[in-house]
Design a protein around this ligand. Structure first.
Ligand SMILES: Cc1cc2nc3c(=O)[nH]c(=O)nc-3n(C[C@H](O)[C@H](O)[C@H](O)COP(=O)(O)OP(=O)(O)OC[C@H]3O[C@@H](n4cnc5c(N)ncnc54)[C@H](O)[C@@H]3O)c2cc1C
Length: 457
């Protein structure tokens, strides 16, 4: 992909941040012939997606899920040789459990055209009365006409839109909220309508297979960190982990990056760190009007339980219980040698994030026992809580206007990260898309500078 059409080909580029956005940008630039160095503050690649060892378990700090419509993310996994390390359902099928109620499920029909494939899912969704299900079909149809790219839709909350479209509190809570919280990490009454439309349209309403759910078959570090290191070595990408960038400044016709070990000079820089870090690092003259701090943060809490025996046969389920959460069987993926290892993911968890571990544990074990009768007889071998207070930016109404494009006023500095203006929510797919956008932006900007130089010469 290098050659006369690529301007980055002859350049040296530093990528700051080795999350999925940085990994994608580094690979894309190296494939175009650039000499790339990645500077990552932590000891590993993968950013927010990582694992740690706890006795025999390799646990992820946060359960990650993908949808079949995560096309760019799957392309990245293909480049990393890791596509066989995820498993995607044959069709969207989510058991929905409520304590002391019969289970129900959201399972799409096998045939289209979209969105008719969702009719069986809604028709059989017994968590809602029949009248609510019928009204949900009408709202789903109306949502297909909402343009995710229209800024006006970013200023409105999804909850307000749902109520305007006849959705009862039960439907908002037990159907739309269940999916909105999982996808956007925020409740419908605060979520941006534009982002909700992006998620529901792309993931559910516009294409039959798009919403089939995928999960990693291995711990996240074996999905991203290991394979990305191997790809970097193959492509000659320099990697410095444990190297925190402290500042970025202009230097002659290039850019200088300051770390604790010294200065690194490059022709160009991709800044692929979270929004708060980017706000500190980006020189004000490159992004004079930035208000990225206003993007805020939203928390995700994971409760990990290792039982001494299997307590459910379900690989995953959503639970409606004082809000909603999702539970995943991670026994095999984490390498548990006995019993069953369940991970519960509680999104939009800003209120619970500071709750003492013992309180979370007691409450959650009771909740698991209320939906999995097998858990009442099982012994808990181990249980622990992982907290990510800044799991995503707060994807509320009005945040679209705060997300910057890849380009900055400095032609040699571009931005990447799931929080930038990808049009996607803060997800693995958004992160990869931002990395691809950064490569394109840098190429275009260097190309136009090269042309200007030619014209002047
Ligand atoms: C608990 C949890 C659950 C999630 N669940 C899902 C899910 O189910 N599905 C989904 O699609 N997404 C999910 N996400 C979101 C997803 O993980 C992120 O959108 C994505 O990984 C962000 O990638 P990124 O590269 O933009 O940023 P990051 O992954 O944050 O990477 C930024 C990198 O920059 C580094 N860095 C920061 N400052 C500096 C510095 N000064 N110098 C050098 N390096 C620096 C950081 O160490 C980090 O490695 C979840 C996130 C969390 C935390």
């Amino acid at each position: 992909m290098s050659g006369p059409n690529s301007a980055v080909g002859a350049s040296t580029v530093v990528v700051v941040g080795g999350g999925l956005a940085g990994i994608t940008a580094a690979i894309g630039l190296a494939e175009r012939g650039a000499r790339v160095t990645v500077l990552e503050a932590r000891p590993r690649l993968g950013g927010a997606t990582y694992s740690f060892q706890r006795d025999s378990l390799t646990a992820d700090t946060g359960q990650h899920v993908l949808l079949r419509c995560y096309s760019r993310y799957q392309e990245l996994l293909g480049r990393l040789g890791a596509l066989d390390r995820i498993a995607i359902q044959d069709r969207l099928d989510v058991p929905v459990l409520t304590p002391n109620h019969p289970p129900t499920r959201l399972r799409r029909g096998l045939h289209g055209p979209a969105p008719l494939h969702l009719l069986p899912a809604l028709a059989r969704y017994r968590a809602l009365p029949a009248a609510d299900r019928a009204r949900a079909v009408l709202a789903a149809r109306a949502l297909r006409a909402v343009d995710p790219d229209d800024p006006a839709n970013d200023g409105v909350t999804f909850g307000a839109w749902l109520r305007r479209h006849g959705q009862t509190p039960a439907a908002v809570d037990r159907l739309w909220g269940l999916l909105c919280i999982a996808a956007l990490n925020i409740v419908p009454d605060q979520a941006s309508l534009a982002l909700a439309a992006r998620v529901f349209r792309t993931g559910l309403l516009d294409e039959v297979r798009a919403g089939d759910v995928g999960v990693p078959r291995v711990p996240l570090s074996r999905l991203h960190d290991g394979p990305a290191r191997a790809a970097f070595a193959r492509l000659g990408i320099g990697l410095h982990t444990g190297e925190r960038v402290r500042g970025i400044s202009g230097s002659g016709s290039g850019v200088s990056v300051r770390t604790d070990s010294g200065e690194v000079e490059a022709d160009a820089v991709v800044l692929a760190v979270p929004h708060a870090a980017a706000a500190r690092l980006a020189p004000p003259s490159a992004v004079p009007d930035q208000r990225w701090d206003e993007l805020g943060d939203a928390a995700i809490l994971n409760v990990h339980v290792l039982y001494d025996r299997p307590v459910t046969t379900l690989p995953l389920a959503a639970v409606l219980d004082a809000g909603s959460w999702w539970v995943f069987d991670r026994t095999e993926a984490a390498g548990a040698t006995r019993g069953q290892y369940l991970v519960s993911s509680l999104s939009a968890a800003d209120e619970q994030i500071g709750t003492p571990t013992e309180e979370i544990r007691t409450r959650h074990l009771a909740a698991l026992a209320s939906v999995f009768p097998g858990a009442r007889k099982a012994s808990v071998v181990d249980s622990f809580v992982t907290r990510e207070p800044r799991a995503t930016f707060r994807q509320g109404a009005g945040t679209g206007a705060l997300r910057p494009p890849a380009v900055t006023r400095w032609p040699r500095l571009v931005l990447a990260g799931a929080w930038t203006a990808t049009g996607w929510p803060d997800t693995m797919e958004g992160a990869v898309r931002s990395g691809l956008a950064a490569v394109e932006a840098l190429d275009t900007s260097l190309k136009s500078r090269a042309m200007t130089r030619e014209v002047i010469a």
